[in-house]
Design a protein around this ligand. Structure first.
Ligand code: ADP
Length: 194
């Protein structure tokens, strides 16, 4: 099972990826998590990416493509993976296509979580409030300005990615604003064929 989950920040990609990872016993490859790990470890990639991430903008295609190429070569990704947060640009989608082709691998499905932007801004705000209330720390890019930038980056740069997969006939859409259980059910139904 090789899956891509598309959807803007706050759409529930992370939650669904985590669930599918358990269900299919395949790794969840989140470029956001990998980049945050690089920032925390102060690697050369992390040092380059930090300011861009804090502002909510997209890290360069070269960096992200390199990270994913290395990651899908790891043994645990041999039987499948869930890409969470990648590809976010058409250039990344094309690079992924080449990577998979060279390994004679194919995508099983590309699932897009469709959302309403205003409702999403509200959802994100409550996510921050909840984290703070329970004494947690919020991510450096979890503030209203960075959210808006991330939503905009999604609309401008990532929407073409869904067109890219729609044209190939691999795109499936799910209503990401529905309650979590319903979203899970809709995704599971789509994957039954695989
Ligand atoms: P969210 O989906 O909540 O916006 P992510 O954890 O997926 O957050 O990503 C956080 C940040 O990491 C993004 O705002 C961006 O700066 C960077 N990032 C993650 N994935 C990519 C990618 N595929 N291409 C470019 N930048 C990325």
């Amino acid at each position: 099972m090789r899956l891509i989950l598309l959807g803007p920040t706050g759409a529930g990609k992370g939650k669904q990826s985590g669930r599918l990872k358990q269900k299919f016993d395949i790794p969840q490859l989140s470029t956001g998590d990998m980049l945050r790990a690089a920032v925390a470890a102060k690697t050369p990639v992390g040092l380059k990416a930090k300011a861009v991430m804090d502002a909510g903008a997209l890290v360069s295609d070269d960096i992200v493509i390199g990270i994913v190429a290395d990651r899908i070569d790891e043994p645990d990704a041999k039987n499948g993976f869930i890409l969470d947060g990648f590809p976010r640009t058409v250039a990344q989608a094309e690079a992924l296509q080449q990577m998979l082709q060279s390994k004679h691998m194919e995508l099983s499905a590309v699932i897009e979580l469709k959302v309403d932007e205003q409702a999403l801004l509200d959802r994100i705000q409550s996510r921050v409030d909840e984290t703070l209330k329970s004494g947690g720390t919020v991510r450096a890019d979890d503030n209203p300005d960075a959210f808006k930038t991330r939503l905009e980056a999604y609309r401008i740069q990532t929407a073409p990615v869904s067109h890219y997969y729609a044209e190939k006939g691999t795109l499936k859409t799910v209503d990401g604003m529905a309650p979590i259980d319903e979203v899970s059910h809709a995704i599971d139904q789509l994957l039954l064929a695989h």
